[in-house]
Design a protein around this ligand. Structure first.
Ligand SMILES: [Zn+2]
Ligand SMILES: [Zn+2]
Length: 144
């Protein structure tokens, strides 16, 4: 009799624990993501946390406050000129590396005009294709 009550209590405890766990999970799932201050103290717009920035699709990333700030800085540092041809129209800010996305150093960025930017990416693409082709050749068994 005593043993059986103890057993029932054990089961009830277990049930309660399971329920609490489920409730906690539910709460966690319903919790809204924590917001960063849209306006920071000194009147400057607040930057989004790096973790959030890194979770964004690239197109949306380019619309973030963080990117707008760092991009403006880069253009100012480059004195409004393309770093290849010196043109001052249609300036783009190119990522030399995506390694520090969300917390880029200015040295990770390069200011280019639209034309030079296109050329840089074309060169990248050509390089990738060439590399792929080479792999293909290397992996094709020689027929004789
Ligand atoms: Zn240029
Ligand atoms: Zn680029």
């Amino acid at each position: 009799m005593v043993a059986s009550t103890a057993f029932t209590r054990l089961i009830a405890d277990e049930e309660r624990r399971k329920q609490r766990k489920a409730e906690r999970l539910e709460k966690k799932l319903n919790r809204k993501p924590r917001k960063w201050p849209k306006k920071a103290k000194h009147g400057k717009p607040g930057r989004e946390p790096v973790k959030h920035l890194r979770s964004l699709p690239y197109r949306q990333y380019l619309r973030s406050t963080h990117w707008r700030i760092i991009r403006t800085e880069a253009v100012k540092l480059a004195e409004n000129r393309c770093s290849v041809c010196g043109s001052d129209s249609n300036l783009n800010v190119h990522h030399l590396t995506y390694e520090r996305l969300g917390q880029e150093l200015q040295s990770d960025l390069q200011v280019l005009c639209y034309g030079c930017h296109q050329r840089v990416h074309e060169r990248d693409r050509a390089y990738r294709i060439r590399k792929k082709l080479r792999c293909l050749f290397l992996s094709t068994p020689t027929q004789s």
